[in-house]
Design a binder for this molecule. Structure first.
Ligand SMILES: [Zn+2]
Length: 152
């Protein structure tokens, strides 16, 4: 978990139910640990709840905090969702290990918060960005990704 004195830099205490999960790719060649160390020093406010790579799942922010993660400040996604950052990797095999771990984590969170695939979002559902870049590269769009990975 990030330093607790950073909680109010990256978000604010949640006073509402979790209504969705937003998926990002980091789009850098930094590891989860390196991004985490960066967030612990950064003065910016864009963060996430989880960072996942092929080595580890890092819980960055507590789930009872809303976190700024769409680049649009306190929007609907910030207020209501869990932000998942799947760490990019130029080694596709390593990337896919992290992606698989992320999918498993997302499925657990969906169960815990009674969410369906209708509650899964990509960053680009909220902003004009190419994110999650790796998933878009591999699957083309969100519908293909959900059909392939979340078909029950
Ligand atoms: Zn993103």
């Amino acid at each position: 978990m990030i330093d607790s004195n950073k909680f109010l830099q990256y978000g604010y205490k949640r006073d509402n139910e979790i209504k969705g999960i937003v998926i990002h790719n980091t789009g850098t060649d930094l590891s989860a640990r390196q991004v985490f160390n960066y967030l612990n020093k950064s003065k910016l406010s864009n963060g996430c709840h989880y960072l996942i790579d092929y080595k580890e799942i890092i819980e960055v922010m507590p789930l009872n905090y809303s976190v700024y993660h769409t680049g649009k400040g306190n929007d609907w996604a910030c207020k209501n969702t869990i932000a998942i950052e799947i760490v990019s990797n130029i080694d596709n095999k390593k990337y896919l290990i992290g992606q698989q771990k992320s999918i498993e984590l997302i499925k657990e969170l969906m169960k815990e918060y009674n969410l369906t695939t209708n509650d899964l979002y990509f960053h680009n559902d909220f902003a004009n960005v190419y994110c999650p870049s790796d998933i878009l590269r591999i699957y083309g769009n969100k519908q293909n990704f959900i059909r392939k990975e979340f078909q029950l």
